[in-house]
Design a protein around this ligand. Sequence first.
Ligand SMILES: [Zn+2]
Length: 203
Amino acid sequence: MTQRLVSKLIDSNVFVYENNDKVLIFDGGAELEDVKKAVGNKKVVAVFLTHGHYDHSFFALEYAKAFACKIYASQFAKEYLQDSEKNYSEGKFAVSDFSDFVFLKGDGKISLCDLEIHYFQLGGHSKSDMAFLVKDEVFVGDVLIGRDMGRIDLYGGDKNEMIKSLKRLLDCKYTTMHSGHGQDNTKFQEDKVAKLWLKFLNR
Ligand SMILES: [Zn+2]
């Protein structure tokens, strides 16, 4: 079961993924109290960040401390997390101690709580975009958001990287897509969005 929490800070999503009384958290924009309520007495084994923008990472360190777990993110997320201009928090958020972080390179697989988490490097919205596939659910951050494409005009955004990402998501086998903002969607709906944007970007 996956619960979607919406941050009060800014309308970003946090997902609480549950499997056999163990929990994975995707993104860090929702207040710790709300995450604790959603987690209940289950054990949080890891936090994953889809990218380094502050609305997806602001409370992640609070989760790591409260649940005594690590935060997994792309190797390129560090540049964003440590710089409040690049993470768009306007001076409010910059990480200086990375001891709770595990940085991931490229594509791979992590085995945690009887689950395999496949991760793959995306891009286009930021240099730090990473998608996580757990069984038939994919967490994509702001590459695709609520039936639309994420912004490519922010720092590190890139049209050609976005084209690659959209193709990658078209090839990805999943049933439900969880985006950084907005509602969950089916593969059918998101494939339609990705194809439309590919047509536009390739003009
Ligand atoms: Zn973003």
